[in-house]
Design a binder for this molecule. Structure first.
Ligand code: PEP
Ligand code: MG
Length: 589
């Protein structure tokens, strides 16, 4: 087997060594989980029953055909019945369930993908086109399976058996699909890495990979074409490198590095209870970014002072595949309350729905030419006030169970702030009428993530209780770089002087007005930037729990007196190479 190395964009740190598991777009549309040994035969029967049901449906279609129906129609049904009866469809996926323990849907799409590949190689055009018939038949079976899916899929083969360690290789993975790879609490991991052809450093897919704390590399361009199913892969998540079928020597070197990394992580765990205070005695607040309430235990485990960013949109995404609408008020309330209770009295900052751009809702049509500049986040919420009111009510209700703050994304205009606050007042008034408890003094903050907002801060500090800088979008919109587009990923530079000016100005202006200012974008979790942000005056950092202890270590070793004047100098620099060198020198102080 040929060994080769691919270079892309590093998005989630660490080293993973495992077998390639290739996913096609079709495979991504279905749930995948491993079925425990004792349920394998039941899963086989589930697929057999679905196939039998489609058989019956096709027969019925045949019998119900009107007498004057075109003959092609009958022939078309015949072809589908033949395909369905072929062992390649009726037997091979059953073998996959038995041998690999895939759930029925996953086994079926795996087999269909394999068949499609074989059909693509057929020279005869007519025969090659039959691939679409096979896909249509499979879709019928999948639809039936959807109605019989288990509500809580088991993830592992069995408690005493280690799961196979798989590295997912795909052209692209959406943020919602990425979340589906989340393993159960405490269980061993079955998916240990991600490699995609497209994607950028701070695309939401990359962010979710980081939050899952799984090594990943994106922007690999040809990875899904060059890597074969079951190839051995090493992901070097720090370098953005993937080595396919490595030699024994390379494998051993990476295993040694992996061990060293694990030991370093263990050492960091000792800092969990140490307060984050700089050498000169300044206390720093370290908060966690979460996607779902299930992330709260990891936040507590890392010693977070609270949640600085709960990306509530993840409760709304990826539901279409399960035939679900967006969550209603009670469902949302339960999830927000779950996070509030899990954090045991620490503040939970719930960001209102930030859909659009690379986080589309399944239930809306996507026609925007440039979704990152379109009806996203607060713009979408203000265009759908009824839906927004439901979310605000749910958040307010959760605030009766512990400290909650509301964070509003993508604000740029004064009227957007005013409309948001008006809707919040409406929601409060209705709850009062209904005698439902909530925190009357709930704080409302703005995400500063559009350059216009960072340049018009008086408008915000006057109306808001706190600010949180979304550097991911602030960089995207300041530099006009689509954060998802790997072709411009090299231009995505957090150290661009314009970006640094906007961040520093926001921190200073917010503090001057007496507001707390946090950074909740990915810059907050990058240890190479911790000192720079501290030097700018930042005292509140919000990041994935997995990054928190490393940032804390950096804070403990840092003397603000030494770095503050140096940072002021950096903020006057205009040459990127000079800035990069000066930021590196901060580490040595
Ligand atoms: C940001 O833009 O920096 C941010 C934290 O929000 P998101 O990444 O979800 O857009
Ligand atoms: Mg953002």
């Amino acid at each position: 087997m040929a060994s080769f190395t691919l270079h892309g964009i590093p998005v989630s740190r660490g080293i993973s060594i495992g077998r390639a598991h290739k996913l096609t777009p079709a495979a991504l549309d279905v749930k995948h989980y491993l079925v425990p040994e004792e349920q394998v035969e039941a899963e086989v029967r589930r697929l057999q029953d679905a196939i039998a049901k489609v058989h019956r449906d096709l027969q019925e279609l045949w019998t119900d055909l009107p007498k004057d129906a075109p003959t092609e129609l009958g022939a078309f049904i015949d072809v589908h019945v033949l395909i369905l009866s072929d062992p390649m469809i009726s037997e091979a996926p059953l073998d996959i369930i038995r041998s690999r323990h895939y759930n029925a849907e996953w086994a079926l799409v795996t087999q269909i993908d394999e068949l499609s590949r074989q059909f693509d190689e057929i020279e005869d055009e007519y025969l090659r086109e039959r691939k679409h018939d096979i896909q249509q038949v499979a879709e019928r079976v999948l639809k039936v399976l959807l109605g019989t899916a288990l509500s809580v899929p088991p993830l592992f083969v069995g408690e005493d058996q280690a799961p196979p360690q798989m590295i997912v290789v795909a052209h692209d993975i959406s943020p919602a699909d990425m979340l589906a790879f989340r393993d159960r609490d405490g269980g061993p991991r079955s998916f240990i890495g991600f490699v995609t052809d497209v994607g950028g450093q701070n695309s939401h897919t990359a962010i979710v990979a980081r939050s899952l704390d799984i090594p990943a590399a994106v922007g690999m361009s040809q990875a899904s074409r060059l890597i074969e199913q079951d190839d051995w892969l090493i992901i070097d998540g720090d370098a953005g490198v993937v080595i396919c079928n490595p030699s024994q020597l390379v494998l051993e070197q990476y295993r040694a590095r992996q061990n060293a990394l694990m030991k370093a992580r263990k050492r960091l765990l000792k800092l969990k209870k140490t307060p984050a205070v700089t050498k000169d005695g300044t206390a720093i607040t370290l908060l966690a970014n979460i996607e779902l309430p299930d992330d709260c235990p990891a936040a507590l485990e890392a010693g977070a002072n609270g949640v600085g960013l709960f990306r509530s949109e993840f409760l709304f995404m990826g539901r279409g595949a399960q035939g679900l609408q967006i969550p209603n008020e009670d469902e949302q309330f339960e999830q927000y309350r779950k996070a509030v209770l899990a954090m045991k009295g620490r503040p939970v900052t719930i960001r209102t729905l930030d859909v659009g751009a690379d986080k589309p809702l399944d239930t809306t049509e996507h026609t925007a030419l440039n979704p990152a500049l379109g009806l996203r986040a607060i713009r979408y919420c203000l265009a759908e006030p009824q839906m927004f009111l439901v979310q605000l009510r749910a958040i307010l209700r959760a605030s009766a169970f512990g400290p909650v703050r509301i964070l509003v994304p993508m604000l740029a205009h004064a009227f957007e702030i005013d409309q948001t606050l008006n809707l919040l007042e409406q929601a409060k008034a209705r709850l009062r009428e209904e005698s439902v408890k909530f925190d009357e003094k709930i704080e409302v903050g703005a995400m500063i993530e559009i350059p216009a907002a960072a340049l018009a801060l008086p408008m915000f500090v006057k109306r808001m209780d706190f600010l949180s800088i979304g550097t991911n979008d602030l960089i995207q919109y300041t530099l006009a770089i689509d954060r998802v587009d790997y072709e411009v990923a090299h231009l995505y530079n957090p150290l661009h002087p314009a970006v640094l000016q906007l961040i520093a100005n926001t921190i200073a202006t917010g503090h001057k007005a007496g507001l707390d200012v946090a950074v909740c974008g990915e810059m907050a979790g990058d240890v190479k930037l911790t000192r720079l942000l501290l030097g700018m005056g930042l005292r509140e950092f919000s990041m994935h729990p997995a990054q928190l202890l490393a940032v804390k270590q950096e804070i403990l070793n840092c003397d603000l007196n030494a770095i503050t004047s140096r940072t002021r100098r950096i903020l006057r620099m205009m040459e990127p190479s000079e800035i990069a060198a000066a930021v590196e020198q901060l580490q040595a102080l």
